[in-house]
Design a protein around this ligand. Sequence first.
Ligand code: NAD
Length: 354
Amino acid sequence: MNAFWTEPDFDNHEVVHFVHDEKRGLTAIIALHSTHLGPAAGGTRFWHYAQPGAAMRDALRLSRGMSYKNAMAGLPMGGGKAVILASEDRAKTPEMLAAFGDAVEGLGGKYVTAEDVGISVEDMVAVKQRTEYVSGLPVGEGEAGGNPGPFTALGIYLGIKAAVQHKLGKDSVEGVHVAVQGTGSVGGGVARLLAKDGAKLTLADINSDNAEALASELGADTVSAEAIMSVGCDVFSPNALGAILNEEGIARLDCAIVAGGANNQLARPEHGAVLAQRGILYAPDYVINAGGIISVTMEYLCRRESAPCDINEVRKRIALIPDRLKTIWQESEATGSSPDRVADAMAQKLIGRG
Ligand code: NAD
């Protein structure tokens, strides 16, 4: 086995915790990439990995992404991520969640967790019984927090409008054609907001019934999940999986802009430059999709009485996403560096690694 710190995804993470509680059925990795700006914040993923190495890579990559995302969103939080290694049958038990809560509590506030893929609000409520370092819990009407999906969608919608203005010179998305990959919590929210403004939408989801139902509600078209990346459109909005922007995927694109919520869209760092060479404007994923973490963080800080609990404060902060993107695009044009590289350099500086 290679030394852990020579793994390609290891990026001077401050500390990586391996948790194994055999009696309560928990195996987890909690990676803290940076606590420079505050406690490392980032969700918990519950996933079955065929190879444990893949769980490690996920924890390393996702925790670094959270450092960058939180820094660029102006939040007083560092970046971390937890991965619970699920068995093949994906059995999740109260004992396992309790053991996970104890592990988070044991870090004494250096890591703050929330939902990610495979973890529900109910799971976080269970974790909360063992630790106070949790967010993404049910909140009251008009309060910051709760399900982050709609806030993520709002930031992406505003980011798409900024990209359309920047690249196409249009002040409205009316008649602008957006191809939406994934019509779940985030993609569905983005599609609804764009439809209100009169955008022309093409939707796709591997769950084609979902895409069809939303399309008939919004008067949109659908295509198969295989075809969505080749649709001739103004904006391709990826809201499903990561790593879709690889050589083959980028070659298929027939759009002017890529702007969507999926995490880790670039398969490898060099693919940002490949997009730029094709003249496609890219909205760096961790900048445009920060609405959810802004909401979850405000909820956490509100509970600790160090921030207002008002949902309008969350909206105000999400409304800053378009300006952040425009700054990145302007610097990219001025320097010739691709937008993802510009964003990475900005984020690294903010976390004291510039
Ligand atoms: P979700 O599970 O609600 O929706 C994802 C949808 O994508 C599902 O409907 C699924 O069927 C579909 N899908 C999966 N593979 C597909 C494929 N190959 N082609 C087309 N559709 C496919 O998840 P979500 O919360 O909407 O998250 C979507 C993406 O956004 C994920 O990458 C997630 O990491 C990222 N993200 C989510 C949030 C949030 O607040 N929920 C915040 C930041 C980033």
